[in-house]
Design a protein around this ligand. Structure first.
Ligand code: GLP
Length: 228
């Protein structure tokens, strides 16, 4: 098993365990390349009848604004995960379709487990550099580097949106459990900076240091050294 497969398996097992322990769990779910292996496993186990999503509530971390539906994160989650599970459509949430996502999450009892990736510039969800720690769900302007990093997902480069809506840093930190996933050596420097450097708006992922239950899964050799 290679490092990426191990990362995917650990993440999928953590989500499966959460669902088994608490079937009505609220899960915060990421998009991007990193979680694809995890979603493949969860889809497989769901099709085999090993996972029951009937009571779960799933919350996309973020989504583009002014986006063609086929390029949206709602579509990504539908294609890569939801359609392979028995998660009822009414329990699939996306910040694009909610006037008050944080209230919705609170009304559902709060996030139990949130899985997050990290952008090369230190963003989590779409909280770009400059985002304060006390940000809740809001709409943001994407940096050019993030737009380019995600360009491969778009059929036409001129279609890449400039704006997005994202859970805030505070929304993510309020989750009871957090898993940060990072794949590829190119994420090593930013991960180290985020988890061992100063907590700063310049690296929104650095605020994860204050969470009491953060697990970090990577496919590279990484010492999880959080200075508290
Ligand atoms: C995207 C998403 C994030 C994701 C990150 C890393 O812009 N908004 O939620 O975690 O970038 O993506 P990838 O896994 O493709 O490197």
């Amino acid at each position: 098993m290679d490092g990426y497969q191990a990362l995917s398996l650990k993440t999928a097992e953590a989500i499966a365990a959460q669902l088994k322990t608490k079937p009505e769990s609220c899960l915060g779910l990421p998009t991007g390349r990193t979680p694809l292996g995890c979603y493949e496993l969860l889809s497989k186990w769901s099709k085999e009848g090993k996972l029951d999503w009937s009571k779960a509530r799933c919350f996309a971390l973020d989504d583009y604004l002014d986006v063609q539906e086929v390029d949206s994160f709602a579509h990504y989650l539908q294609e890569n995960l939801y359609q392979h599970t028995n998660l009822p459509a009414a329990q699939r949430f996306n910040p694009r379709f909610s006037d008050n996502y944080d209230q919705l999450i609170a009304d559902c009892g709060g996030l139990d487990l949130t899985v997050i990736g990290i952008g090369s510039n230190g963003h989590i969800a779409f909280n770009e550099p400059g985002t304060p720690r006390n940000s809740w769900t809001n709409s943001i302007w994407l940096t050019e580097s993030t737009r380019q990093a995600n360009a491969a997902f778009f059929s036409y480069p001129h279609n890449i949106p400039n704006r997005a809506v994202t859970m805030g840093v505070a929304t993510i930190l309020a989750s009871r459990h957090l898993i940060l996933i990072a794949n590829g050596e190119h994420k090593q420097d930013i991960l180290t900076k985020a988890l061992t450097g100063p907590r700063t708006n310049d690296v929104p992922a650095s605020f994860l240091q204050e969470h009491g239950d953060l697990k970090v899964f990577t496919d590279f050799d990484y010492q999880h050294a959080i200075s508290r």
